[in-house]
Design a binder for this molecule. Sequence first.
Ligand code: ASP
Length: 300
Amino acid sequence: MEAQYRAAMNHALQTGAEILDRGGSSLDAVQAVISGMEDDPLFNAGRGAVFGADGKNHLDASIMDGATRAAGAVADVTHTRHPIQLARAVMERSPHVMLAGEGAEAFGATQNIEQVPPSYFFTERRWQQLEQELRARNLPIPPRPAGAPPAPQGQLTFPDDHKFGTVGVVAMDERGNIAAGTSTGGTTAKLWGRVGDSPIIGAGTYAQNGVCGVSATGTGEYFIRVGVARDICARMEFAHETAAQAADHVFDELDAMHGDGGVIVMDGHGHAVWRFNTSGMYRARLEQGGQPVVQIFNDE
Ligand code: ASP
């Protein structure tokens, strides 16, 4: 699986680089890279998303344009193949910033955003993780979703790797415009319409030209309360901290609350850093000369 993750991240870098190299916008790069990862069952976004306690995939996503600070987000969508594309449509083609649930998908249908049956998002790995989590919490296990493949014979084990698989991208284009986006299935066995930080502008995603771009992953309950993405940007804007210093300070707060996760941060000049307090984070960046850096574990 490690090799598959590294290949997927190299592919993501290439997708983004191709768009930026031909003069495309950072928003287009963010959308294209995230859409690709939403299609990849390795990641907790789109196909391969984790399951809620009700046995369904509830998807959240957001995107922000650092040039104008326009933003779009969707929460709790269940039929949208690419939630990041719906978030972008909310930003560009609706008067609102965030749409949730059925209304978000009704809007998507008017905008030709592709809808799929919920079983499209099913993966055995995430289903087994759900069953494990529900058993550990003494909660009932829902029936397998309609349209999912039959349960495999025998015991299957997947690595419970303690690394989050939410996808996030920050990019700067040749005009200096920064964009950031995040897409997720949330947390395994989430309850009652729970929404995490990923679709919340200022918590999971933020972008402001000349200052920063941020995308976060982790247990959203902490990231919302710390206001992670906006706090990092505010430290950079008002306290003139570097991206690394700002991320360190915000992680001091998260550590004190025992909040786990990670961030990718780009500063106003396009330098990218990351910070996480888990055993690893699937992460990649293109250096300004174009060399790819792909890492997983925290000792790399
Ligand atoms: N931040 C996401 C959430 O809380 C989950 C994750 O990043 O894995 O919904």
